[in-house]
Design a binder for this molecule. Structure first.
Ligand SMILES: Nc1ncnc2c1ncn2[C@@H]1O[C@H](COP(=O)(O)OP(=O)(O)OP(=O)(O)O)[C@@H](O)[C@H]1O
Length: 823
C-alpha cells in the first residue's frame, strides 16, 4: 500500500536455490489438468527409484507383506523400497516416503518434486529429472535415535528422522550479481534436536475485553483511475515519479503533483534519529506512555512500516517509513541506515507447542548439515550495495534484461510450469523477437496502482496486445541514494524464483540508466485491507477468513520451502486475483536463507498426525498427509461437505483400525522450514512485528507465524490485537501485553485457539516454529479443508470484491475517452 518512504532496508541473501516447481494450473480453473497431475506422479516415482531409506535401529516394524499390501492398496500404486546406497546409519528400512509425498497436497508434492533441482549442478539446467532426483535423494540421511541420544520425548523410541539434504546449492543468482557475492555472511550450525524441551503454550480461554477498540479506517483506494498515458519512456516516467522540481535521487513529495501523479511514494521531509528504546527493558514498562518518539499519527500507526537494520549495541537510530494514507504527507520519517548482521550459529531448539508436545508420536527434527545463512546488509554492505548498484545500473543501455541475471529463472515460461500456458509470456516474447529488447516504451501505462518504499506500481498494457501487467517502476538513482538497491534486488530475485498460484509471476524485468522495472502479474481485485473495510463491521466472516488465511498459509509454506522468510504479512500485501484467489505480494523485506528439507518419520503405529490442541477433535481430514484427502472436488467448496466428511471419517477410522492391527508405520511428514534462519533486522509493520523482532533477540521463520496470527486476528476482528495509541505503545503491547479477544464479533473457538497458538510470544513455543506450515494446517480451524485443491475452490463471496474486478475496465473506458494524462 501507499506509504511514506522509508530508508528501512533489509536484504539478506543466500546462495540461490534454483528450484523448478511443477504445479497444476492456476487456481480458479475448473479442474486440475490431468497431465500435470500425472507429471507429478511420475516425478515422485522417479524420486523413489533413486531413494534410499534406512531404518533406525530399534525402530523397525514387522509390517510384512500384509502391511505392504495394505499400503499399496491405500496408495493404489506400487511402492518401491529404497536401495541401500544412501549414506546414513542404521538398518535399511522400507519406509514409504512415497506415501508422504502422495499424502501431501498437490502443490506440496509439486514443490517436493521440484526439490530435485537443488542438486542440479550449475550449468546443467536441462538435466534429466530422474538424474536430478537421484542426485538429491542419494543424500538422504537417516538418523538413528538410539545411538545419537536423540531419544523421542515420550520414550517410545520409534522415531525415525530423515533429513533430505541437498548435495549442492546452486548459487547462480549470486554469480551474476557481483557485489553481493562478495559480502555473503554465512554461518552454519548443526542443529540437534532437544527432545526434552517441551513447553506448553496456553490453551485455555483468556478473559475477554469488555470493549472493542474502534480503529479508524485507513482504507487506501488504489482503484481510482483518472489518469492515463500512452506509451512512455524513461524520462516521462521518471519525471512522473519525481515530480517537477524534485531532485532525482528522491521520490517526490507526497503532496499532489502537478503532473497528475497522486499517491506516489512520498519523500519524508523530516529525518530524525531515535534510539531503539524498545530494546531497553525499561521500555517494556512504559505501557501507556504517550508516543513521543514517533511523529506519525497514531491513527495511522498500523500503516507504518519499519524496515531497518540497526545495531542494538550501538543504539542506532532507525528510520520509520510511514505507510499512512496519501493524506499523511506531514508524517515524519526517521532515518537510519545503520544495520548489522548476525548469524545465529547456535543450535536451534525445537520447542513443542501446546498441542504437539504431548503427542507420543511427535517427531523431532534433526537437522543435518543445516546451514543458517543469512546475509544482512550493514553499513558497509550498504556501501557495497551502492557501488554495486551503481555499477549494475549505470549501464548506458536501455535495453531489457529479461531475468537474465539469474540462471534457472528467466522470462521463458518453461521455467514456470505453473504459469507456462499464460498467453502473456508469448506476448512478451513476441515483442522481444520483434524489437530485440523489452523496454518501458513497449508499455502503455493505464493507471497507478500504488506506491511503495522502493517504487511505484502501474497497471500497464503491452502495446499492441491486450496483455496487462503490474509494472513496478523504480528509480535507480533513488534506490542507490537511499541504499534501497538491495531491497529491490531481493524482491526481484525472490520474484524470479516463484511459481505458485498464490504468488505473483514475474514475466520480465528490465532496466535502463534511470529506471528498473518489474513486469508482474496484475491482480485486479484490490487488497484485503481495502476489502476488509468494505465488509460489514469491517471484518470478514469466519468462512471467508478461513479461505484467505489458508491460501496465505500455502503461499508462506512455499516461500519457506524456497528459503524465504516473508516477514511482511499484512492485509495490504494480500492481493485478490480476478478469480477471487489471493496473491501474496511485496518481497523487498523478505529474508533469504538456506533451508533443509526434513522428512519426519514416526514409527509409532498411529496414522493420525499430532493433535494440535488438547481439545481438538480428530483432524485427519485436514491433514494433507492423508492420501484420501486428494479426492477430486474442484468447483466444489474446498471445505468438505459434512456428509462426505462423516463418510470419509468412517472409512478412515476403519482403515486406521486395519492398519493399526498390522502395525503399520505412520506416514512420514515433510518439513521444509528454515528454522535456523536468523536475522536481527528490524523489519515489518509495527502492529505486525513479532516480539523477538522488537526485542532484537534475533528472529527466524517463526516471525511469519506470528504475523500469520495477527493477520488472522485482524481479518476476523477488524483490528490487530496489540495496537496502542502510538507506535511505542503498540510495540510495548506486543512484547508484554497478553492476548485478549474482543467480545465481538463472535468468533469460533477453533479460530481463537489457532490465534492463541500463533501469538505465543516465545517463538520457540509458537505454533509452526518447529514444523512449519504442516503444524498449522493440522489445526482444527482448518478441518475439512482440502489443501490440495483449494486453488480450485470457489472463493467466498465478499462485498466490494467486484469493485476491484471492474476497476480496470472502468479505466479502459476512461482511457478511451482520453481522460487520462498521467504522464
Ligand atoms: N501485482 C499487482 N497487481 C495489482 N496491484 C499491485 C500489484 N503489486 C503491487 N500492487 C499495488 O501497488 C501498491 C504498491 O505496491 P508495492 O509492492 O510496490 O509497495 P508496498 O506494498 O507498499 O511495499 P514496498 O514499499 O515494500 O515495496 C500496493 O498498494 C499494491 O496494492
Amino acid at each position: 500500500m501507499d506509504r511514506l518512504s522509508s530508508t528501512s532496508e533489509i536484504v539478506e541473501s543466500t546462495p540461490e536455490l534454483s528450484l523448478e516447481v511443477k504445479m497444476g494450473e492456476k487456481g480458479g480453473n475448473s479442474s486440475i489438468p490431468t497431465s500435470n497431475k500425472y507429471s507429478i506422479e511420475d516425478d515422485i516415482n522417479r524420486l523413489f527409484e533413486a531413494i534410499d531409506i534406512r531404518r533406525t535401529k530399534g525402530s523397525s516394524h514387522e509390517g510384512g507383506s500384509g502391511r505392504d499390501a495394505l499400503l499399496k492398496k491405500a496408495m493404489k500404486r506400487p511402492m518401491r523400497v529404497g536401495s541401500p546406497q544412501a549414506s546414513g546409519i542404521g538398518i535399511s528400512e522400507s519406509v514409504s516416503l512415497k506415501q508422504a509425498l502422495r499424502g501431501l497436497c498437490i502443490s506440496q508434492a509439486s514443490e517436493m518434486a521440484a526439490m530435485k533441482r537443488l542438486s542440479r549442478p550449475t550449468g546443467s539446467a536441462r538435466a534429466s529429472e530422474a538424474g536430478s532426483s537421484k542426485m538429491l535423494y542419494r543424500t538422504v540421511v537417516v538418523e538413528a535415535n538410539d545411538s545419537s541420544g536423540l531419544t523421542p520425548s515420550k520414550g517410545d523410541g520409534k522415531v525415525v528422522e530423515v533429513s533430505l539434504v541437498p548435495e549442492t546449492v546452486t548459487s547462480s543468482c549470486s554469480q551474476n550479481i557481483v557485489e553481493l557475492s562478495q559480502i555473503d555472511k554465512a554461518g552454519s550450525s548443526d542443529q540437534s534436536a532437544d527432545s526434552s524441551k517441551c513447553q506448553i503454550a496456553p490453551t485455555g480461554f483468556v478473559s475477554e475485553v469488555s470493549k472493542l477498540e474502534i480503529e479508524s479506517p485507513s482504507a487506501v483506494d488504489s482503484s481510482s483511475c483518472n489518469e492515463q498515458t500512452p506509451n512512455v519512456d524513461d524520462t516521462t516516467v521518471l519525471d512522473s515519479i519525481q515530480g517537477s522540481g524534485e531532485q532525482s535521487n528522491a521520490l517526490p513529495s507526497h503532496s499532489g503533483s502537478s503532473n497528475g501523479i497522486t499517491g506516489i511514494s512520498p519523500v519524508c521531509n523530516t529525518t530524525r534519529f531515535i534510539k531503539p528504546i524498545f530494546r531497553n527493558r525499561s521500555f517494556m514498562k512504559k505501557k501507556g506512555k504517550k508516543d513521543s518518539e514517533f511523529a506519525s499519527s497514531s491513527s495511522n500507526s498500523r500503516d507504518i512500516k519499519v524496515g531497518d537494520d540497526m545495531d542494538p549495541s550501538l543504539g542506532s537510530a532507525m528510520e520509520y517509513g510511514d505507510r499512512a494514507s496519501p493524506a499523511s504527507s506531514g508524517s515524519t520519517s526517521n532515518s537510519i541506515e545503520s544495520s548489522f548482521s548476525t548469524v545465529d550459529t547456535s543450535a536451534s531448539k525445537m520447542g513443542c507447542n501446546s498441542s504437539g508436545c504431548g503427542d507420543r508420536s511427535i517427531s523431532k527434527l534433526t537437522k543435518i548439515d543445516e546451514r543458517s545463512i543469512s546475509r544482512e546488509k550493514g553499513e558497509s554492505f550498504s556501501q557495497n550495495s551502492k557501488s554495486s548498484s551503481i555499477g549494475e545500473y549505470s549501464s548506458s543501455s536501455t535495453s531489457m534484461s529479461v531475468d537474465s541475471s539469474l540462471s534457472g529463472s528467466s522470462c521463458h515460461s518453461g521455467y514456470r510450469p505453473h504459469m507456462s500456458k499464460d498467453l502473456r509470456w508469448e506476448a512478451i516474447q513476441q515483442i522481444q523477437r520483434q524489437d530485440g529488447v523489452l523496454a518501458l516504451r513497449h508499455f502503455k501505462l493505464i493507471k497507478k496502482l500504488g506506491g511503495g518504499d522502493i517504487g511505484s506500481v502501474y497497471l500497464a498494457e503491452l502495446s499492441g496486445t491486450d496483455s496487462r501487467f503490474a509494472l513496478k517502476v523504480m528509480d535507480n538513482e533513488f534506490l542507490a541514494g537511499k541504499k534501497k538497491m538491495l531491497r529491490a534486488q531481493t524482491e526481484r530475485e525472490i520474484l524470479q524464483m516463484l511459481d505458485h498460484p498464490f504468488l505473483p509471476t514475474l514475466y520480465a524485468h528490465f532496466l535502463s540508466e534511470k529506471l528498473s522495472c518489474l513486469v508482474m502479474e496484475y491482480c485486479p481485485g484490490g487488497d484485503l485491507h481495502v476489502l476488509r473495510q468494505k465488509q460489514p463491521d469491517r471484518c470478514f466472516s469466519e468462512h471467508a477468513t478461513r479461505f484467505f488465511v489458508a491460501e496465505v498459509l500455502l503461499a508462506l509454506e512455499y516461500l519457506h520451502m524456497l528459503g524465504v522468510v516473508y516477514r511482511d504479512l499484512k492485509p495490504e500485501n494480500v492481493l485478490v486475483r480476478e478469480d477471487g484467489h489471493i496473491m501474496l505480494s511485496d518481497f523487498d523485506l523478505s529474508l533469504r536463507c538456506a533451508v533443509n528439507p526434513v522428512l519426519l518419520q514416526s514409527t509409532s503405529p498411529d496414522i493420525d498426525p499430532p493433535k494440535r490442541t488438547s481439545t481438538s477433535p480428530s483432524c485427519s481430514e485436514s491433514s494433507c498427509i492423508d492420501p484420501f484427502c486428494l479426492r477430486p472436488s474442484w468447483q466444489m467448496s474446498c471445505f468438505t461437505p459434512r456428509l462426505l466428511s462423516v463418510a470419509a471419517t468412517r472409512s478412515r477410522k476403519s482403515l486406521k483400525s486395519d492398519l493399526s492391527s498390522h502395525q503399520v508405520t505412520p506416514l512420514p511428514q515433510l518439513v521444509v522450514e528454515p528454522t535456523s534462519a536468523r536475522s536481527n533486522s528490524f523489519v515489518g509493520t509495527h502492529e505486525y512485528l513479532a516480539p523477538e523482532i522488537i526485542k532484537s533477540e534475533g528472529h527466524g521463520s517463526a516471525v511469519d507465524w506470528w504475523t500469520f496470527g495477527i493477520f488472522l486476528f485482524e481479518l476476523l476482528y477488524g483490528r490487530t490485537p496489540f495496537k496502542g495509541s502510538g507506535n511505542e505503545e503498540t510495540l510495548s503491547n506486543v512484547v508484554s501485553r497478553s492476548l485478549k479477544f474482543p467480545r465481538g464479533p463472535v468468533v469460533g473457538f477453533h479460530a481463537r485457539d489457532l490465534i492463541r497458538g500463533l501469538l505465543v510470544k516465545d517463538p520457540e513455543n509458537r505454533l509452526g516454529s518447529a514444523r512449519g506450515a504442516a503444524e498449522i494446517k493440522q489445526h482444527p480451524f482448518f478441518e475439512g479443508l482440502n489443501w490440495a485443491l483449494i486453488r480450485c475452490a470457489i472463493p467466498p463471496e465478499i462485498q466490494g470484491y467486484s469493485d476491484g474486478r471492474t476497476s480496470s475496465s472502468k479505466c479502459k473506458g476512461a482511457e478511451e475517452n482520453g481522460e487520462f494524462d498521467m504522464f
